[in-house]
Design a protein around this ligand. Structure first.
Ligand SMILES: Cc1ncc(COP(=O)(O)O)c(C=O)c1O
Length: 368
């Protein structure tokens, strides 16, 4: 029999496949439960935007056709809203796909990318796939730190990734820190700011990354329809960047990478202001509920700028994850990020948040 590990590229050997959040149906099957809630993947608990559902229903009849590979209509809409040219936009099969387009376009063997130690996992994998070298930057207080990142710059640095806010920590590199970073970052380095949770932002301190684009800097801003727009299952996100960088990303992009249904749903969701507002309101309310209740049961948490909370737990996070699964509550262990004593929980609907708090409170009592 052929030894596949001998055939596969050496870069693949070091990659640890991503552990996705367990789907509800799997937990139900495995544990014989009927009532399971999923607070593991930072999805929008409201369900998809009603406007998106309506648009998709109509569009289903055309799915015998290939999608528009150029995403013309969606790009028009986004370009008006963002005040950029359509040629500055790249649409991806989720923003996660765009991370791979970025490394495919810019990372050759030995090229370096600066990544925070507890930054979103996707950047690491995307660089590893291309035989790139990761320059890990420490994240004091769980936050991307400009000096730590700048200290990693060498002649071989091509990319710098900032998840803002970061998953799984929920922390933000604020406007002042981003200014400090961008003032010192060599122009030749491409800065990637992943703003997947942009709509949940606090207006007082969120960096204006678009201003660097207007200044002609090498910058890629990533946004997604998976979170505030509730379309995670359709896989659609986008990059806002310079025309030159967009051209490079399009060279490595599969021609029909975004389905017609995803394009249509995203364009319709953009018009659903009421849905967006309600999701943001609900998130703020859920966040305050978690903070109050976590304080009450004596658990430390990292204040979040997104739709999930990182919580310090007295037992190994993976054990907590297993025990909570048995109670029908799916959360996320984060030991893969070097955080064995934390768990990450998404902010859900009020009854889901209550259920999580009750389950973790009960579990702590059982284990004490
Ligand atoms: C920081 C960050 N970036 C990107 C993504 C992936 O988003 P998408 O669904 O658009 O691929 C996530 C998803 O959890 C995320 O947390």
């Amino acid at each position: 029999m052929t030894n596949i590990s001998r055939l596969s590229r050496p870069a693949i050997a070091d990659i640890i496949p991503y552990e996705p959040g367990k789907p509800i149906s799997e937990v139900q099957r495995e544990y014989g439960l009927t009532d399971v809630i999923k607070l593991a993947s930072n999805e929008n608990p409201l369900g998809p935007s009603p406007k998106a559902i309506e648009a998709v229903r109509e569009a289903l009849m055309d799915t015998n056709r290939y999608p528009d590979g150029g995403c013309y209509y969606l790009k028009q809409k986004l370009s008006e809203r963002l005040d950029v040219k359509p040629s500055q936009l790249v649409i991806g099969n989720g923003s996660a796909e765009i991370c791979e387009l970025i490394t495919e376009a810019f990372i050759g063997e030995g090229d370096e990318a600066i990544i925070g130690r507890q930054a979103f996992f996707k950047y690491r994998v995307a660089v590893q796939i291309m035989n790139g070298v990761i320059a890990w930057a420490d994240m004091p207080d769980f936050t991307h730190n400009a000096d730590e990142m700048l200290s990693k710059i060498t002649a071989g640095t091509k990319l710098l990734f900032v998840a803002n806010p970061n998953n799984p920590t929920g922390t933000l590199m604020n406007r002042e820190q981003v200014t400090y970073l961008m003032d010192r970052l060599p122009e030749r380095v491409i800065a990637v700011f992943d703003e997947a949770y942009y709509d949940y932002r606090n207006l007082d301190n969120f960096p204006d990354t678009m201003s660097y684009l207007r200044d002609g800097r090498n910058i890629i801003i990533l946004r997604t329809f998976s979170k505030s727009y509730g379309l995670a299952g359709l896989r659609i996100g986008y990059a806002i960047t310079t025309e030159e960088i967009a051209r490079a990303l399009n060279c490595v992009r599969e021609a029909f990478n975004v389905s017609s249904i995803a394009q249509i749903a995203a364009a319709a969701a953009l018009d659903d202001d009421e849905y967006l507002r309600e999701g943001i309101r609900l998130n703020g309310e859920g966040k305050r509920f978690y903070y109050d209740e976590l304080k009450r049961i004596g658990l430390e948490y990292i204040p979040t700028e997104a739709n999930f909370v990182l919580i310090k737990v007295p037992l190994p996070g993976r054990e907590m994850f297993g025990e909570l699964l048995k109670k029908g509550v799916v959360i996320r262990p984060v030991d893969g990020y070097g955080l064995p004593n934390h768990i990450r929980v998404s902010i859900g609907l009020p009854n889901e948040n209550r259920r999580f708090i009750d389950a973790i409170g009960e579990l702590l009592r059982e284990k004490s």
